[in-house]
Design a protein around this ligand. Sequence first.
Ligand code: HEM
Ligand code: HEM
Ligand SMILES: [Fe+2]
Length: 453
Amino acid sequence: MKYQSQKLAQHFYTFAVVLFLVQVLVGVIAAAQFIWPDFFILNFNTIRTLHINALVVWLLVGLMGATYYVVPEESQSELWNLPLAKLQFWATVIATSAVIVGYIIQGLFPQANTLIFGTLALNEGREYIEAPRWADWLIAISVILFLIINFMTMFKSKKWTGIQGTLLAGLTFLALMYLPGMVYMKSMVKDQYWWWWVVHLWVEGAWEVIAGALLAFMLMKVTNAKREVLEKWMYLEVGLVLFTGILGTGHHYYWIGTPGYWLWIGGIFSSLEPIPLLMMVWDAFRTTREHRVVSNKLGLFYATAHAIFNFVGAGLWGVIHTLPQVNKWTHGTQLTTAHGHLAFYGAYVLLVMAMIYITLPLIRGAANFDTSRGYRSFWWLTISMVFIVLTITGAGMVQTYMERLMGLDYVAVKANYNLWFWIFRGIFGLGFLYGTWLFVLDFFKLGKEQAKA
Ligand code: HEM
Ligand code: HEM
Ligand SMILES: [Fe+2]
């Protein structure tokens, strides 16, 4: 680590991994509630809100940490205004914790979610981004501060690299795409239309641009590959991500009341979305093959796994239900959930973990850290996730057939015919929880225990 301010990344990582553990813990509770609906004091709807909002927030916090590491390194200077950056960190922690407490209060006392100044006090009710309006503003301010600090760092050092330019472009796009989620529309069609801009244009637009930039950074960092080559591929990848992903939003507009041309646009463009993701896999393998000297094998391992599971979870598990002819039957079933899990895990959970394993040893001055727990955690997490995804893909197929083709009742299928799938999901969920625990433990111990000879 060359610059002291890069240490700030560690603050963000710490908050992120703690939230990761919370997310998975409540995920296991949600899975148990599929089998025993009365399990736990908080209902399924509250637990689900906590599970998916914690996911989104910890990934964002993790990406912020990663950015605070990358930008000084690429700009070759300390961060502009470290105290302000620290303030931004604590503001994020306080706002996020308040929102989480709000969800729990609402779960316990549903009437508490009353109107203040025409907006709901505790939960706005938009899946994934349920934070109330007052928190939206705090989040927006924190993100603007974050962007200003990073832009100023680049600006003052006058070192513009392709990697950090792309990273900050992706982050700006991300911040802008939060805004459409902050307007209420009387019409449900319009409300959903804008909500998908946030959800879809985040994960299939802005976040993939960030992933492309970070992949180039990670490969350069651990293999000493040439910047020019990596950046050339990065431009091609993010260009194609945007070309396919922006109009690919159409795959969410099939059945919400938008004009019929979205069936064509969504079907065609979203079918092309796996191509740039496959290029990222190729990029990782090509770089690994050409550069035999690897400074951080575990880091490269996670970065490559991220590229592979980004392609499998987002690309393959996405494309199987993206054509309107298929989606007509599978929409909103457990098949969607299966894709949601593998895509988020592969594309972003593994991305943040890879960034942590590549930058944290440098921050802690422990280049020769003990990697055994990091590998064990990977296998527990990945094998469990693959089986969670396979079981709920099975549940989704049964659900599609029995509910949509045979016309059986939703609850009958869920409670009877899919029960074994829920049991297996629960068991593999415990395996995933164990993997998460190993990772969090490793995070806190890394560089602080004696490396094995
Ligand atoms: C990393 C990138 C991606 C992530 C994190 C992701 C995540 C998700 C999530 C969480 C949902 C469920 C949304 C909801 O209804 O609440 C979803 C839906 C969907 N995704 Fe993705 N996705 C990604 C990429 C893709 C790609 C590349 C494709 C197509 C090739 C795709 C196709 C779809 C489709 C068609 C749906 C709608 C499913 C339905 O009708 O219920 N996704 N995605
Ligand atoms: C890092 C790992 C995980 C990620 C990225 C993740 C992601 C998600 C996402 C995106 C959703 C919303 C899906 C949708 O609406 O289609 C969801 C729901 C859910 N997750 Fe997870 N999750 C993870 C781990 C777990 C674990 C370990 C379990 C426990 C088995 C679990 C159980 C559930 C359940 C039961 C739901 C609700 C599904 C439904 O509404 O039908 N998740 N998760
Ligand atoms: Fe999408």
